[in-house]
Design a protein around this ligand. Structure first.
Ligand code: GAR
Length: 221
């Protein structure tokens, strides 16, 4: 199966939206990541390329060794380590996350590989303004190891989803999805790598779309 098939399928489901869908005031983003941070990088690149009218106010990361922190520093973005292991409860941890996001004047929260469950403390503080990226076509394969789950289920098409976050895990309103065929010899690594190509494409677009929808809702009063 050719690489083109992947891209064609993806664009049928998530057609490219142009930058004129982005509101004129730059969106103030707070990105949260636990690991590699390639989605952080994709958002930063989209901003630099003028495809997303936004600025990254801060990166919050929870694992001291997360490569996302190095990427943020390279982009001149402040990286704040909040290690969940230092907090007595999820709610207390999220309280500190909220305080940090507010301190950096964040408007939209982007979960870009954030591998922690959220409590109402965070969800209510940024109601309808938290966006998550997940490596499956939700509602299939929620939770951890989504790529491995798809392989184990034997599906022929999987992909990624960008959605608004609600209390139930991986369940909020879907903003964008992209499909990726599963190839016969795929491993979790090879499949995830192709899914990530689509993640990097749709995450910046979905952020713009969410902001545009919010703007329309607000202007309708
Ligand atoms: C991404 O594939 C993202 O979809 C996934 O973690 C990866 C982070 O990659 N998120 C989840 O599984 C959340 N349930 P990155 O650190 O290279 O951006």
């Amino acid at each position: 199966m050719s690489k083109n098939f992947t891209l064609d399928t993806a664009s049928l489901i998530s057609p490219d939206i142009s930058s004129n869908h982005t509101p004129s005031t730059p969106l103030k983003l707070g990105i949260m990541a636990s690991g590699n941070g390639s989605n952080f990088e994709a958002v930063a690149q989209a901003i630099q390329a003028g495809q997303l009218n936004a600025q990254i106010q801060v990166l919050i990361y929870n694992n001291p060794e997360a490569k996302a922190a190095v990427r943020a520093t390279n982009w001149g973005v402040e990286a704040v380590l909040l290690n969940h292991r230092d907090y007595k409860s999820r709610a207390k941890f999220d309280g500190q996350v909220v305080q940090t996001l507010q301190q950096y004047d964040v408007e939209w929260v982007i979960l870009a590989g954030w591998m922690r469950l959220l409590t109402p403390v965070l969800i209510d503080a940024f109601a309808d303004k938290i966006i998550n990226i997940h490596p499956s076509l939700l509602p299939s394969f929620k939770g951890i190891h989504a790529v491995e789950q798809a392989l184990a289920a034997g599906v022929k098409i999987t992909g990624c989803t960008v959605h608004l976050v609600c209390l139930e895990v991986d369940s909020g309103p879907i903003l964008m999805q992209a499909a990726v065929p599963v190839l016969p010899d795929d491993t979790a690594e090879t499949l995830h790598a192709r899914i990530q190509i689509q993640e990097h494409r749709i995450l910046p677009q979905a952020i713009a779309l969410a902001a545009q929808r919010q703007l329309q809702l607000t202007s309708k009063g």
